[in-house]
Design a protein around this ligand. Sequence first.
Ligand SMILES: C[S@@+](CC[C@H](N)C(=O)[O-])C[C@H]1O[C@@H](n2cnc3c(N)ncnc32)[C@H](O)[C@@H]1O
Length: 249
Amino acid sequence: MKSPRAYGLRLTWLISYLLRRSEDARGLRRLGVLGRRSDIWEKLEWVTREVAPRLRLPVDLNGYFREEDREGGKLRGFPGGSIWEIEGIFLYGIARALRATVIIETGTYRGCSTRHLRLAVSRNGAGRIYSVDLNPATSTGFESDEWVTPVQSDSVVWLEANPRLVRQCGLFFHDSDHSPEHVGREIRAVWPNLPPGAVAVCHDVCSPAHNPPTGSGTWSAFGDAVGGQAYRLDFHPLSDCGLGIARKS
Ligand SMILES: C[S@@+](CC[C@H](N)C(=O)[O-])C[C@H]1O[C@@H](n2cnc3c(N)ncnc32)[C@H](O)[C@@H]1O
């Protein structure tokens, strides 16, 4: 007679096989078949090697990542709508490398990206994150503390009312309303005022839902608003969202 462990292993294998057949990558991630830490490091190494020189970022960007950090991501302690873990780790690395003292993000939600950014500024030993969200009902993730100031407002209204902060902002992260109209308005409210060397990052530049094959989408709106000097980071299959990134010269 087989042991319960042997049955368990067979069942895991069967579920993983069926999910693979149905190409449900999300299901595989839930099982931990995809999205292991080793997959994340491998992908990040490749991505940072590709983009770091083009963005004048340190090529050893990966040196900031720590194996023991578990800030999480979508399906790793955070609900759908949050960023994926690999994107959070990448954002963390950028924030550490830039040593930005003012970071602005739009779209707090449950605070997944905020947690990664917060870890970065706390390890840098300086910096403040302004995390702007329209909806207090969804953005329950963060209280104000020494590193984070949650702001309840429409992002464009707040950005236009705070040009002084935008002029000091070293890292801007868009993750609010991904409609091309809103992305365009938001990025145009910050890009001209960001200081030289500042980086703007835009979530969801790869997902089909926000980037239809024809017409405009999140990626084209971001690229247009930064004057065409953006790169698209595709973390597939560890994320189906992706990050757009541009650096102010
Ligand atoms: C995709 S979620 C953000 C996820 C978050 N960055 C994370 O990693 O957990 C989008 C958030 O943007 C907010 N939002 C939508 N439109 C907005 C606007 N015009 N201004 C500010 N926030 C907005 C929503 O309330 C929602 O909480």
